[in-house]
Every structure is written in structure tokens, then in C-alpha cells.
Write a protein that binds this ligand. Structure first.
Ligand code: GDP
Length: 475
């Protein structure tokens, strides 16, 4: 494969500091060992403990994975509804739910929870999970077999009697018989009893349940860092706490060959030759269809003020001399095409004050969110990945799409302040405190004192997010 001279380096560490295991068949998932050729080497190495823990997890998954003898044995218990305490393997089953950015963040959270609790992570394939991601674990599968008895798996909801919240309310956890499975409702609309998941005593009960079924649309990792039982291990795994998603994400999420084709072709055609790449992720939650003037003003004022884009010279007639200027490629992702057109025109109609050449590209403009359409999400995944290859990133408030790009890329983005009343905010953007995603719906509960508390003020490494005052993030 041809890659840009800036990033082609024979000594590139294709295993990402030991994050990835050796031994995968290269052709089945081209992206796995090639990501290092497209990405700058991350300054953040995974800790030796994390590397060791991942190898141990892979062995467990192989032993307990789908259709192994140990897996089949737990099926009997699911059919009976009760656990008899004899199973060697326990599981967390992730339900495919919500937009792609949300899914990536919850799956990373579920995997970290699996590491902390010695569970095996299995994935409901939903409509497209198998088309988007390669198998991350060597010689086994993370996809739930289609003959799984709790069917359809996505029928679980906050109303299910097996939900942990309802079990607590109905005093079922004091029952002598241990259930074979418990449903964890950790979605944005969860209730106070569901939130007890984040309390140590409740974890002691859940530990004994062989199957946990999880539905979430949130990056709940920050609150795992507040459970005393897991504190020490988390510190061992992530001595630099704000790299949790950076490492877990690059370990788990390898684009399939079809998605990799979208990424690699786009990169080579439009981005590889530029001296620098600026990613701009535009997600507008306003009703109505953009482009909106105030959003464009905000993006430009942020990019100019932070020196991410050069000023234009209104009266100059500067013409670049061929082959001598610095070039910057601007990769815009947005559901609508208007923003990138305006930026492209601006740099066509006027010279830049510093002589830099600016080219503006936008891979797709799908119009609106179409979560169930297959090629739509392949493009969405390719775009998140391409953004993560940028040298600098501007992202939208509240958007998990942007969080994924920032985290995979190991970048601290400039976050566009959420506009109110259709006016451009001042200041237009602020620098992210860390590369971590924000947990949008955290619990505010002190498990010991049994009363409400500000969970963003308990420890220095879990704080409120830049873009959502009630959210929590690792720094
Ligand atoms: P969030 O809603 O911004 O937190 O991000 P999600 O990824 O969870 O959900 C938004 C969904 O809308 C994505 O999964 C895509 O399907 C679609 N979408 C939003 N913005 C873009 C974009 O810039 N490009 C593409 N291709 N799809 C987008």
C-alpha cells in the first residue's frame, strides 16, 4: 500500500505498544496492523499491566467464548432461569442500541467492566455490528450466537422484571435463588434504582450472576473509577487515567475491510499529501436543516482565533508559486454540505494572509441520521476514523461522534460551545481538558451516605465536562 511519506516509516510499531496481539490473519482485517501507517505514533504507551491484562482476557474469551463447552453449560442455567453456582464463566452481553458513536463508547465501557469483573464480553450483532468491526479477540468471536435463548435480546427495557432496578424495588435481590441473568438498564433515561449499579454493595451481588445483559448509550467509565473496589486495578491498568478510551478504543475497534477501503482510499486521494490535516466535526442538534449562518460564523471564528486556519487577505492578490507553499487539508464531517462549501469558497475567492494553501473536503452529506441503514453507518465509522487521523480537531458539543474521533486520535479537540437561540457564542470554542469522552448521564449518589452528592467533586481525576456541566469525564 502507498502511504504518505510523512507517515511511512518502516519502524512503525504496528502492534501499538503491545496493545494488539500478534497472530491475526492479516487479510481478514487489513486495518488492524495498518493503522500505524496512517496515524502518528501515539505518545501514550499502554501500561505493561494493561497489556498483560488484555492477553489474559483473550485467553479467557477463548476458553468461555461462543459454542465452547463452558459456554454451552451456562446455557442450561439460562434456560432454567437460576444460577446454581457451578459456572466457571460469566458474561456481559452488550445490546446494540443508539447511534454509532454512542455504541462505540458503551461497548468500550462494557469491555472495561468485563476486565474489572472477569467477565466475557459478547456483542449483540444488531443490524450491522459485524459489517463495521473486525473480531478483536484472537481465535474466537465476540458476536452472540443467533440461537441464544433470551430472544429477542433487545426486548429488554426499563420495564423488564429482570432489570436490576426493578429487582431492587421488588426486593428480589434478597431472594435465596440466584437469577441466571440480570438486565442492566444504564441508558440515559435510567432510574435511581438502576443507578445503584455504580455502588460497591450492589456490585457484590451482581458478581454472582452469570449473565448480565446491558443496554446503555453512555460512556460510563468515569463512574467505574468512583467505585472503591475497582480503584486499585484501574490505577494499575491506566496510570495515566485520561488515556482509558484511547487505549480501549484502539484495541477494540478495527474497521472491517469494506470500511477500511473507504478510509484508505479517501486518505490517499485527499489527505495524505497535505502538510497538516485539520478535522472539523459539525453536529447540529438544532431543529430544522442547516447550514445555519451562526454555526458557520462560530466555526470560522474558532478556527481563526485558535490559529487552526489562516486569515484571508481581503485586498491582496497573492498567487501561490507552484510547489513552494505549505498546505493544509481541512476534513469536514457533517450531515449537511453547506458548511464545507462556504469554507472552500472563502479560500478560493481570497488568498491566505500567510500564503498557506487550504483545501477543503467532506466525504459525505447524508442529510439526516439513518441509524438502521447499513452503508450510512459504514460511512459514519469511516468518517470518525478519518477525523481521528487529523493533526488538530474541532468538534461539536455533546456529540459522541466527535468524542470517538478525539479519543482514537489521542487529541484534545477545540470544542465548539453549544449555540443558544441561534446566535454564535463568545468565546466560540474551548480546548478539551482531556482526550476522554464525556459521561452524559452520571449518577449523583453517595453510596455510603445514601444521599445525593456531586460526583464530579469527589476526586481530582473525575470532573465535570467542558461541554455539559452535569456530565463527568476523566482528566
Ligand atoms: P451523536 O448523536 O453526535 O452523539 O453521534 P452518534 O454517532 O451516536 O449518532 C449520530 C449518527 O448520525 C451517526 O452514527 C451517523 O449515523 C449520523 N451522523 C451524524 N453526523 C454525521 C456525519 O458527520 N457523517 C456521517 N456520515 N454520519 C453522521
Amino acid at each position: 500500500e502507498q502511504v504518505s511519506s510523512a507517515s511511512s516509516d518502516a519502524a512503525k510499531d504496528t502492534l501499538l505498544g503491545g496493545l494488539l496481539p500478534v497472530g491475526f490473519d492479516d487479510k481478514s482485517c487489513l486495518s488492524r496492523y495498518r493503522s500505524a501507517l496512517y496515524r502518528k505514533t501515539s505518545p501514550h504507551l499502554p501500561s505493561p499491566n494493561l497489556v498483560k491484562r488484555l492477553r489474559k482476557y483473550e485467553a479467557l474469551h477463548k476458553r468461555c467464548g461462543p459454542n465452547t463447552e463452558l459456554y454451552n453449560r451456562t446455557m442450561q442455567q439460562i434456560k432454567s432461569g437460576h444460577a446454581d453456582g457451578t459456572t466457571e464463566c460469566s458474561y456481559i452481553l452488550w445490546i446494540s442500541y443508539s447511534g454509532l458513536g454512542n455504541r462505540i463508547l458503551t461497548l468500550a465501557s462494557a469491555f472495561l467492566y468485563a476486565l474489572l469483573t472477569d467477565r466475557v464480553l459478547l456483542v449483540d450483532r444488531g443490524s450491522d455490528m459485524g459489517d463495521l468491526f473486525c473480531e478483536p479477540f484472537l481465535e474466537t468471536s465476540w458476536l452472540l450466537p443467533s440461537d441464544f435463548p433470551l430472544n429477542p435480546i433487545n426486548a429488554f427495557s426499563e420495564k423488564s422484571p429482570e432489570s436490576y432496578g426493578n429487582m431492587v424495588k421488588n426486593a428480589l435481590i434478597r431472594d435465596k435463588l440466584l437469577p441466571s441473568h440480570v438486565y442492566l438498564h444504564l441508558a440515559h433515561d435510567y432510574g435511581d434504582s438502576d443507578k445503584l449499579f455504580f455502588c460497591e454493595d450492589d456490585q457484590l451481588f451482581l458478581e454472582k450472576v452469570p449473565w448480565l445483559v446491558l443496554r446503555s448509550d453512555n460512556y460510563f467509565v468515569p463512574s467505574l473509577f468512583l467505585i472503591p473496589k475497582y480503584e486499585e486495578e484501574l490505577h494499575q491498568l491506566f496510570p495515566q487515567r485520561d488515556t482509558a478510551f484511547h487505549h480501549l478504543g484502539r484495541y477494540l475497534f478495527q474497521p472491517t475491510n469494506s470500511v477500511w477501503g473507504l478510509i484508505a482510499r479517501y486518505h490517499q486521494a485527499y489527505l495524505a499529501r497535505a502538510d497538516k490535516i485539520l478535522g472539523i466535526q459539525i453536529r447540529v442538534f438544532d431543529t430544522g436543516t442547516g447550514p445555519f449562518e451562526h454555526v458557520l460564523d462560530q466555526i470560522l471564528s474558532c478556527s481563526l482565533r485558535e490559529n487552526l486556519l489562516p486569515e484571508i487577505s481581503k485586498n491582496g492578490a497573492y498567487v501561490p508559486r507552484a510547489g513552494t507553499t505549505r498546505s493544509k487539508a481541512v476534513l469536514v464531517t457533517s450531515l449537511s454540505s453547506g458548511y464545507s462549501e462556504e469554507i472552500r469558497n472563502m479560500y478560493w475567492e481570497h488568498p491566505t494572509a500567510n500564503g498557506e494553501t487550504i483545501s477543503v473536503y467532506q466525504p459525505s452529506h447524508e442529510g439526516y441520521q439513518q441509524t438502521e441503514k447499513q452503508t450510512h453507518n459504514m460511512k459514519a465509522w469511516a468518517e470518525m476514523y478519518l477525523l481521528s487521523l487529523s493533526d488538530a480537531l474541532v468538534t461539536s458539543s455533546w456529540s459522541t461522534f466527535g468524542y470517538v474521533a478525539q479519543g482514537l486520535g489521542g487529541l484534545r479537540s477545540w470544542i465548539l460551545v453549544k449555540p443558544e437561540n441561534r446566535t454564535a457564542p463568545d468565546p466560540p470554542c474551548g480546548r478539551a481538558l482531556s482526550m476522554e469522552p464525556c459521561f452524559h448521564a452520571p449518577p449523583f449518589y453517595d453510596c455510603k451516605a445514601k444521599k445525593g452528592t456531586d460526583t464530579g467533586a469527589l476526586v481530582p481525576h473525575v470532573v465535570h465536562c467542558e461541554d455539559m456541566s452535569w456530565g463527568l469525564k476523566l482528566v
